[in-house]
Design a protein around this ligand. Structure first.
Ligand SMILES: *[C@@H]1O[C@H](CO)[C@@H](O)[C@H](O)[C@H]1NC(C)=O
Ligand SMILES: *[C@@H]1O[C@H](CO)[C@@H](O)[C@H](O)[C@H]1NC(C)=O
Ligand SMILES: *[C@@H]1O[C@H](CO)[C@@H](O)[C@H](O)[C@H]1NC(C)=O
Ligand SMILES: *[C@@H]1O[C@H](CO)[C@@H](O)[C@H](O)[C@H]1NC(C)=O
Ligand SMILES: *[C@@H]1O[C@H](CO)[C@@H](O)[C@H](O)[C@H]1NC(C)=O
Ligand SMILES: *[C@@H]1O[C@H](CO)[C@@H](O)[C@H](O)[C@H]1NC(C)=O
Ligand SMILES: *[C@@H]1O[C@H](CO)[C@@H](O)[C@H](O)[C@H]1NC(C)=O
Ligand SMILES: *[C@@H]1O[C@H](CO)[C@@H](O)[C@H](O)[C@H]1NC(C)=O
Ligand SMILES: *[C@@H]1O[C@H](CO)[C@@H](O)[C@H](O)[C@H]1NC(C)=O
Ligand SMILES: *[C@@H]1O[C@H](CO)[C@@H](O)[C@H](O)[C@H]1NC(C)=O
Ligand SMILES: *[C@@H]1O[C@H](CO)[C@@H](O)[C@H](O)[C@H]1NC(C)=O
Ligand SMILES: *[C@@H]1O[C@H](CO)[C@@H](O)[C@H](O)[C@H]1NC(C)=O
Length: 673
């Protein structure tokens, strides 16, 4: 069943524009925005608990009549679900010494029903398991979950995992049943719905609880805004780590006495020691040729502490926040032929002073460090399995019950100002939604998906077709897509290259109507044949705009690929460098068939130099390609070496700028509000 979201939301938006927002309407909108966050957090918690074999707590996240459907298996009710989870994991449960159960649930498109009582969410899934005794399992697929609000808390009513690929570590994954893949798992949304922001509510649509107290509302909206900034910091930190940009990482701590603690490695305090910790754990500043230091961040929960004034008087700190999630390190040095996996749990603390969020304490708990060659089949090389704590790091409470917690606030904002601030947080979720919706259509690309993908774009929006160039307007984007993939529907395909867009850094403009987005491209690929597992990565640098009440893609740029495997067996360090004199790959046929509005070659030096289809010599992994950043350091404002802010093609097509079409350009450096 689909919710009639688009028409209904449009009606509400009109009403809201006509009549001034009331406190009750604002309260209900806050409640809905919080609901979307809590639904994401419940889902991340399900994933986080698995690593520690806490199946009873995972089952307790379900409603009393909750249903789990995992591939061809199913279980109903928390107790049966607990039993199934326990039995299915067996010794691959994170408890058995040397075992691993790393569940990744990423890239949400969350849809709240208009009454705010139920919701649906689509996610990408991967699961890496091992028992430490030689047995491994990898699973990949897509979740289409349902959620319900029970006694004020969001619960999972249906967790439906569509199993698409699986395998053991040594052989890599391949399609389930070694068959062709059918059509994509059903979508619960249309392109319009994916971009429909949280609606303002009618007065009769009251939020639950007595949330209409003005002070409490302001406090809750502040928390949502803080959460966005902290999540951006966490994710931006990850991107600096990938490139070993230690100057930028240290900047994120500001001048406060921050700490980095790595279990079984050490405790490091103060700017100089922070750098020592980073170098000791991950190597020197910068990436030499052939070095991979990817740290993919998943299942991230951010929680703003409620009780700060109790604990940190006289420190100048106004607020504290915590983050927790899973970090999957893909480490290697192709020149030496070494490669390894590093699975860790991170739990970090952030502090706000002078109105600026900074990192305070970083805590990394490695749970599995394994050579690429043998993987995690025989357990962790470091730390020794026996020393891995099952109680640490602590889980985060994502509860959003703020009853009685709001302190006296110094300044009280107007209702309109509060609504503006809330709009900025609602934008964060709307942008993430439409970004991920794009990825899901690209996965199972065919004529139908081309139309849906193109419809996600704004009327004057533009998108890059890889290795070719940019097309402007949904019609041109659709036709370029069908020129490459045909107009028909494909219901039976031998393989899929997935387009995950995790770890977003989203900078929303002052009025909440436009945004910049950086997100990873993570591309697990699967096929029917043995040995078809692949994994590679790139980077998206996009802009989004709220057009007629719906979030749309304004500009989509893909910088790819930065790294990858040529075969699962050889891994990322087994890729042979291209010969220095090798000629560049031939231009895509698309360029002749359906010429782009802006060719990558026209963009020339420096933006597209070295990328496939760009100018100059093609730089392919394991050579290191330049990494572009669209924003300055979020704390210090340090300008990155390769800096290309805002809409990427707009330096060559100024008429494509957001600001030429009635939108604000989102900020590319501090201050972020
Ligand atoms: C269920 O799926 C698993 C793979 O995920 C497969 O091994 C098993 O044979 C399937 N069972 C049935 C009854 O189809
Ligand atoms: C708020 O809710 C609590 C618990 O339901 C209730 O005890 C209290 O009287 C309510 N306060 C107001 C101002 O309505
Ligand atoms: C640290 O303090 C110095 C001196 O006040 C200042 O120049 C610098 O910008 C600060 N660094 C950060 C990252 O805030
Ligand atoms: C403050 O809140 C955190 C969780 O947000 C909790 O762990 C801690 O015990 C609380 N401290 C006090 C003093 O209430
Ligand atoms: C912090 O300050 C508040 C009021 O300024 C006071 O009530 C509280 O006891 C102080 N907390 C500590 C731990 O000193
Ligand atoms: C940060 O880490 C230091 C050193 O471990 C510790 O003393 C301090 O309490 C931590 N701060 C917070 C807010 O957790
Ligand atoms: C990991 O790989 C390196 C290089 O291939 C090798 O020297 C080392 O013995 C391996 N360690 C384990 C525990 O397999
Ligand atoms: C795991 O250990 C077993 C038994 O010692 C050994 O036979 C096997 O080769 C090991 N596997 C890997 C991948 O190292
Ligand atoms: C918040 O967003 C709604 C929906 O887009 C819009 O109608 C309203 O004017 C915005 N409020 C402010 C203060 O910007
Ligand atoms: C995300 O998309 C769904 C439609 O699938 C929509 O119902 C929901 O409101 C969107 N969320 C946001 C925050 O825009
Ligand atoms: C899918 O393709 C396979 C071979 O590629 C074929 O055996 C099968 O019948 C096809 N299924 C459908 C539904 O077209
Ligand atoms: C590249 O150089 C090698 C020797 O260094 C030579 O054998 C090869 O033919 C050259 N290839 C091209 C495309 O020039």
């Amino acid at each position: 069943m689909k919710f009639a979201v688009a028409s209904l939301f449009a009606g509400l938006a009109l009403k809201a524009a006509a009549a001034a927002t009331t406190l009750d309407q604002l309260a209900s909108s806050v409640d809905k925005t919080e609901s979307i966050r809590e639904i994401k957090d419940v889902t991340a918690t399900f994933a986080q608990l698995a690593q520690f074999g806490r199946y009873a707590e995972m089952a307790a996240l379900f409603a009393s009549d909750g249903l789990l459907v995992w591939g061809n298996a199913s279980a109903k009710g928390p107790d049966t679900i607990r039993q199934w989870l326990t039995r299915d994991a067996g010794d691959m449960n994170g408890i058995q010494p040397g075992s691993l159960d790393a569940i990744v649930i990423a890239t949400p498109v969350v849809n709240l029903a208009p009454d705010g009582k139920t919701a649906k969410g689509r996610f990408n899934g991967l699961r890496f398991q091992g028992d430490g005794k030689g047995n491994t399992r990898m699973q990949g697929g897509i979740y289409e979950n349902e959620y319900a609000r029970v006694d004020g808390r969001w619960k999972i009513s249906v967790l439906r995992y569509y199993a698409l690929y699986e395998g053991n570590y040594a052989d890599g994954w391949r399609n389930i049943g070694h068959e062709n893949l059918g059509p994509p798992p059903p979508f619960h949304y249309t392109p319009d719905e994916a971009g429909t922001p949280v609606p303002l509510s009618t007065v009769t649509d009251k939020a639950s609880g007595n949330t209409t107290d003005f002070r409490t509302l302001q406090y809750r909206i502040d928390k949502l805004n803080d959460e966005d900034e902290v999540r951006n910091l966490q994710h931006a930190y990850g991107y600096y780590v990938d490139r070993r940009m230690w100057n930028d990482v240290v900047d994120l701590f500001g001048n406060q006495s921050g700490t980095i603690e790595i279990d079984n490695v050490g405790h490091f305090e103060g700017p100089q020691r922070l750098r020592t910790a980073l170098e000791q754990w991950m190597g020197p500043e910068g990436l030499g040729q052939g070095v991979l230091n990817e740290h993919l961040l998943f299942n991230t929960i951010v929680s703003i502490r409620s009780n700060v004034s109790l604990s940190i008087n006289n420190t100048g700190i106004e607020k504290l926040a915590d983050s927790r999630g899973l970090e999957i390190g893909l480490i290697g040095d192709a020149a030496k032929g070494t490669a390894s996996w590093r699975f860790s749990i991170f739990r970090n603390t952030f502090a706000k002073s002078d109105g600026i969020w900074r990192m305070l304490n970083v805590s990394i708990s490695p749970i599995m460090v394994a050579n690429y060659s043998g993987g995690w089949s025989n357990g962790s090389m470091f730390p020794s399995p026996a020393t891995i704590s099952l109680d640490k790091p602590l889980f985060l409470d994502y509860s959003r019950d703020e009853t009685g917690k709001a302190p006296m606030l110094d300044g009280v904002a107007s209702l309109e100002e509060l609504e503006r601030r809330l709009n900025r947080s609602a934008a964060y979720d709307g942008v993430e939604n439409v970004s991920n919706a794009y990825g899901y259509y690209m996965d199972f690309i065919d004529g139908k998906a081309c139309a849906d993908m193109a419809a996600l774009h704004a009327q004057e929006g533009n998108k890059e077709s890889p290795f070719a160039g940019f097309y402007q307007t949904p019609r041109r984007i659709r036709e370029a897509c069908t020129a490459a993939y045909g107009t028909g529907e494909i219901t039976n395909r031998s393989g899929v290259s997935f387009h995950w867009r995790p770890q977003p850094v989203i900078h929303v403009s002052h009025d909440g109507r436009s945004a910049n987005l950086r997100a990873r491209l993570l591309q697990p690929a699967t096929g029917k044949a043995a040995g078809s597992a692949q994994l590679r990565g790139g980077m998206y640098q996009d802009q989004m705009a709220l057009e007629d009440g719906i979030w749309r893609l304004w500009s989509v740029t893909i910088d790819e690929f930065y790294w990858g495997v040529s075969s699962w067996k050889d891994g990322w360090s087994g890729v042979k460098p291209r010969a220095a004199n090798a000629s560049n790959p031939a231009p895509r046929d698309l360029i002749k068939q359906y010429p782009p509005d802006l060719l990558l070659t026209e963009m020339g030096d420096p933006r597209e130099t070295g990328f496939q289809g760009g100018s100059g010599r093609y730089v392919a992994w394991p050579e290191i390609q330049r990494m572009w950043f669209g924003y300055q350091n979020p704390v210090s404002g340090r300008v990155p070496e390769s800096y290309w802010p805002l809409c990427v093609p707009c330096q060559h097509r100024p008429e494509w700028k957001l600001s030429q079409h009635g939108w604000l350009e989102p900020p590319a450096g501090p201050p972020w509000i």
